[in-house]
Design a protein around this ligand. Structure first.
Ligand code: FAD
Length: 433
């Protein structure tokens, strides 16, 4: 049996995105022994990790990132990168692993800053080569995928569409159009809430200005993607008209959903797919906090504020956290307006056909799923959700299509090395950070 490493700390932060960095820095600067883990080789999360060169509002974004990353490097926290939390061993101990093996981390407080992922909804042709999730395509381009001269169509819903389209255009892509399923009737009230946060409105306008030559349409959604060996055409509708557009790539995603697998492993209460938290960002489990997108999708500024509140609260510095409440509450109002604006419309449920793949890990089509009455039943009979992504993609899609809940997740929450599964359990932590 393998013997993993054992560590202990006052505060364990899982996730080194903006929320996790803010939590880590606030807790470490308050004098706590902090461990920060992230499954990527660099800190920064979705927005700061790979590139801080393409901000909507260059000054504030780059300065924010640079200043938080500098504070992170200067603080006393121990960073374990390329390290993933895979299970919860008790209310006060997490099992993590990296290429060197397993690590048990005992803590007094845990701050879970696990971010969000894109919601992908199935429609005929969505599994064709060159159909991507918008953030996924952005990440691939940041790591070297060339898009220069490619005709890219951006569709789905959410503020990410404009950001990704602007980014792809800056890399030489020809943006054939941005088609958001949200209607103007929903977009206008959302835009009104942004008047109170002019920086966000300015960001949106800067993105739009950079895409002046590409059509931006609201109330349109993809019906199908087609092509023999790879994507060639995308058909869209607004419910009355349809149009078909030739393109080389389709970036299509339906806003973001919180990553709550670790919160579920701790048995934290979830409400509407996000961790339920109190004013201090505490979950329903004693000593466990949830911050950033995992506690509700709300963008960078909200993630930073929530991270600081939890970092201070976990180290007994409530007085430093309290002044941040009003800004958080204002940002949460915008987040709620964003959720309402970009909620997927019911018509998207009618796109799946009998042979449309819903679980792409296990190749399970809609025709085989619709005869079941629950996720558990479907999983048992079709293996849906039992592939490498562990239902992260199809679980959310089926929740939208059928209302099925994913149900309790068994540990580990990610596929792990055999040595992690057969590790010898440790009684008491020995090595200090
Ligand atoms: C795909 C994608 C692209 C985006 N692109 C943009 C953009 O271009 N512009 C913009 O303004 N906003 C963008 N956003 C939104 C932006 O990322 C968020 O507003 C902000 O970064 C939220 O910060 P966070 O710390 O909550 O989460 P994140 O930045 O997502 O950080 C979460 C971190 O936790 C890590 N993690 C999760 N689970 C574990 C685990 N079990 N063990 C170890 N580590 C773990 C993740 O790898 C990640 O590094 C994007 C979001 C997504 C999902």
């Amino acid at each position: 049996m393998s013997k993993g490493i054992e560590l202990d700390c006052d505060v364990l932060v899982v996730g080194a995105g903006p929320a996790g960095i803010a939590a880590c820095v606030s807790a470490a600067e308050s004098g706590a022994r902090v461990i920060l883990i992230d499954d990527n080789p660099k800190p920064g999360g979705q927005i700061w990790r790979a590139s801080i060169q393409y901000p909507a509002n260059p000054k504030s974004h780059v300065n924010d990132a640079a200043s938080w990353l500098r504070r992170l490097q200067a603080c006393s926290a121990r960073q374990l990168l390329s390290t993933r939390a895979v299970a919860c061993l008790s209310e006060k101990c997490v099992l993590a692993e990296n290429e060197n093996g397993s690590i048990e981390i005992a803590f007094r407080h845990a701050i879970l800053a696990t971010g969000a992922r894109e919601l992908l909804l199935p429609f005929p042709g969505w599994t064709l080569p060159n159909v991507f999730a918008p953030g996924g395509l952005q990440a691939l381009v940041k790591s070297g995928l060339p898009v220069h001269g490619k005709r890219v169509l951006v569709a789905g819903t959410g503020p990410l569409l404009l950001a990704v389209a602007a980014f792809l255009k800056s890399k030489g892509a020809r943006i054939e159009g941005i088609y958001d399923q949200a209607s103007w009737r929903r977009i206008i009230p959302f835009a009104m809430t942004l008047i109170k946060r002019p920086t966000l409105l300015v960001s949106a306008l800067v993105y739009r200005a950079s895409l002046f030559s590409s059509p931006l349409r609201y109330g349109w959604w993809p019906v199908s993607a087609s092509g023999e060996d790879a994507l060639r055409l995308v058909t869209l509708t607004n419910g009355i008209q349809t149009k078909t557009i030739a393109c080389d790539m389709l970036a299509c995603g339906f806003h973001l959903i919180p990553n709550t697998e670790l919160q579920s492993a701790f048995a934290c209460k979830l409400v509407e797919g996000k961790a339920l938290v109190d004013e201090w960002q505490k979950t329903s489990v004693n000593g466990v906090f949830s911050v950033g997108e995992s506690a509700g999708v709300g963008g960078l500024d909200l993630a930073l504020i929530e991270g600081q509140i939890a970092g201070f609260a976990a180290t007994g510095k409530e007085a430093s956290a309290r002044p941040l409440f009003p800004k958080r509450d204002a940002l949460r109002k915008i987040a709620a307006a964003m959720d309402r604006a970009f909620a997927p419309r019911p018509e998207l449920r009618d796109l799946v056909q009998k042979d449309t793949i819903v679980c792409r890990c296990e190749d399970v089509p809609w025709g085989k799923l619709r005869q079941h009455h629950s996720m558990r039943h479907a999983r048992i009979y079709t293996r849906c959700g039992m592939g490498p992504c562990q239902g992260r993609v199809c679980g959310a899609a089926l929740n939208f299509l059928t209302g099925w809940e994913s149900g309790a997740k068994r540990p580990p929450i990610y596929p792990v090395q055999l040595s992690t599964l057969i590790r010898e359990p440790q009684a008491t932590p020995k090595e200090k950070p």
